[in-house]
Structure formats: structure tokens, C-alpha cells
Write a protein that binds this ligand. Structure first.
Ligand code: PXG
Length: 290
């Protein structure tokens, strides 16, 4: 396996960063998780734009312009002969010393891993997930915007641990006020009487690209959409619930905090949105050849 690291393709065994890298010492950096389907990098522009926005928000100078980064991603995919891949782009503040001051980091570290990812086992897409709301609240917008896809995932990891302790697959985090927010690596949607509801980005969520694609599909099909402030009551009484994310795509949820959702099976709107989403992954992106 070849990894792109600071301008070079290196073997996995040689793909190492310093223990003084501030990405490791402080979680000082940003990343993206992208997927390619049959030589098409799904919504690449949206992912690249989000990465540069995350970097801008933390005053991190990207080591490459956008077009060069696209080139580096394609080069990595080619080197690994991958038609289908999960692409992880990571940019850290770089190597510095012991101390927060980012000015000590001369050069950002950039690496690209192309591999596979399976967030949930295949049978759960047919059966649906059992999830819980957890005590760990999502980071508040006012402290650290969840729109920044930063290397600080402790908030999400603590929530994930709580889900694991409850013996379920995923955790739904609430806002500090108790409104629905998002899961550890996915956004959440509700279907209520043929209307599609999802927490607004102002609730303090990552503006998911899969979420945006699903909203676009729904609008095109004249499904009423609302980005809103939602409660656990709304969730328990939804007809259908599903999660969206690059790794998970669209996955149905059939049980939340012990309450069965709808008829306890993946719903029709969820299934038809999934079908259309899969179609989009075949056409909507950046094409490359091996
Ligand atoms: N919320 C959070 C907190 C995320 O990390 C999403 C929502 C969904 O966003 P996209 O743009 O992917 O629709 C994410 C995405 C991983 C992994 O390695 C995590 C994500 C994506 C891909 C892989 O666990 N998070």
C-alpha cells in the first residue's frame, strides 16, 4: 500500500510522522473522508472546499492549492490501483515543539490514505440500526464549531464509547439544550408524514455532504424538507429515521432508546432515497482512470 506523505508516495511502513507533530500532540489539524465509486470521486469538489474551509477556520495554511491536492489524491488512487476507495486526507499543523504555539510549526503535514472502510456490517442496512441518545453532548458551536472537521474527535469518541457500553451500534448526541444534533460520524434524518426533517446546521453539526445530497434529492422529488430544531419526542414518533455519512451512506434506524421507530423496519422513503443516492454515486463526481 502506498501513502501520499508531504509530496511523496511512500510504502505504508515508511508513512510516519514525528512525535512532535501538533496533529498528534494537540489534535491540531483538519481532515476529510471521501469515497470513490468505480473511478468516480463522489462530490470531490464539496469535500475539497470543506477541507479548505476547515483549515481557514483554524488559520492553517494549506500546503497545496486545491487543484494540486486533487492531483495528489488521484495519484494516490492510481498508485494503489483503486477503483473503489475510502480516501482520508489529513492536514496537521506540522512538526513543532512542546508548546501550543502554532508558529513553531514551520510546515503543515499532509498525508493521503486510500483504503477501504466499512462503518457498519452489511446486514444492518437491511435490518436497520439500534441507537441511543447519550449523555455526552455535542461540542457547542460557540466553543469549537462542529463545522470544522478537525482532528479533535474525542467528543465523538466518548459518545461512541457510550453506545458501545449500551451494546448498540451508534450514539446520537444532543445539543447542550437537549435538541437533536448528530451521531459520531453521521447526520440524522426523520421522516414524519412524508416530510423530511433534519437538525439545522445552526444546531452545531457538521454540514455533511451526504446530508446535502439527500436534501437535494428530496427537494427534486418535491418532498417537503425542514432543517429544524428537533426533540427526542419528534424522534421517537417519527415514521422513519436514517443516518447519512460518507462511510455509512444512508443507513436505516429502527430503534432509539428502546423505542421502536415506525413499524420497526427500514421505511419506504428511506429505501427510495437510498436507491437514488446510490445512483448519484455513479454520476456525480470527479472521474479518473487507472
Ligand atoms: N457528522 C460527523 C461528526 C462526521 O464526522 C458526518 C457527520 C457526515 O458527513 P459527510 O460529509 O461524510 O456526509 C461526519 C463524517 C470515519 C469517517 O472514519 C467519518 C466521517 C466520514 C467518513 C469516515 O469514521 N465523518
Amino acid at each position: 500500500m502506498k501513502i501520499y506523505l508531504n509530496g511523496k508516495l511512500v510504502d505504508k511502513a515508511e508513512a510516519k510522522v514525528s512525535v512532535f507533530d501538533h496533529g498528534l500532540l494537540y489534535g491540531d489539524g483538519v481532515f476529510e473522508g471521501i469515497r470513490s465509486y468505480n473511478c468516480l470521486i463522489f462530490r470531490l469538489k464539496d469535500h475539497i472546499d470543506r477541507l479548505y474551509r476547515s483549515a481557514h477556520a483554524i488559520l492553517l495554511d494549506m500546503p497545496l492549492p486545491k487543484e494540486k491536492l486533487v492531483g495528489a489524491i488521484v495519484k494516490t488512487l492510481k498508485a494503489n490501483k483503486l477503483k473503489e476507495a475510502y480516501i482520508r486526507v489529513v492536514v496537521t499543523r506540522g512538526e513543532g515543539d512542546l508548546g501550543l504555539d502554532p508558529r513553531r510549526c514551520r510546515q503543515a503535514t499532509l498525508f493521503i490514505i486510500t483504503d477501504s472502510i466499512a462503518l457498519y456490517p452489511a446486514e444492518l442496512y437491511k435490518k436497520g440500526l439500534d441507537i441511543v441518545t447519550v449523555p455526552t453532548r455535542r461540542n457547542i458551536n460557540e466553543a469549537l464549531s462542529p463545522q470544522i472537521k478537525s482532528l479533535n474527535y474525542l467528543n465523538n469518541i466518548m459518545a461512541k464509547i457510550e453506545a458501545i457500553n449500551f451494546k448498540v451500534e451508534e450514539a446520537l448526541m444532543l445539543t447542550n439544550e437537549g435538541y437533536l444534533c448528530e451521531c459520531t460520524g453521521d447526520n440524522i434524518f426523520l421522516v414524519k408524514e412524508s416530510m423530511l426533517l433534519t437538525p439545522a446546521t445552526s444546531m452545531g453539526i457538521l454540514a455533511g455532504i451526504t446530508r446535502e445530497v439527500v436534501l437535494g434529492i428530496a427537494r427534486k422529488r418535491n418532498i417537503l424538507v425542514s432543517e429544524d430544531m428537533l426533540t427526542r419526542y419528534d424522534l421517537f414518533n417519527a415514521n422513519e429515521v436514517f443516518l447519512t455519512g460518507t462511510a455509512a451512506e444512508i443507513i436505516p434506524v429502527v430503534k432509539i432508546d428502546g423505542r421502536v421507530i415506525g413499524n420497526g423496519k427500514p421505511g419506504n422513503i428511506t429505501l427510495s432515497l437510498t436507491e437514488e443516492f446510490r445512483r448519484a454515486t455513479r454520476i456525480d463526481g470527479y472521474r479518473y482512470s487507472l
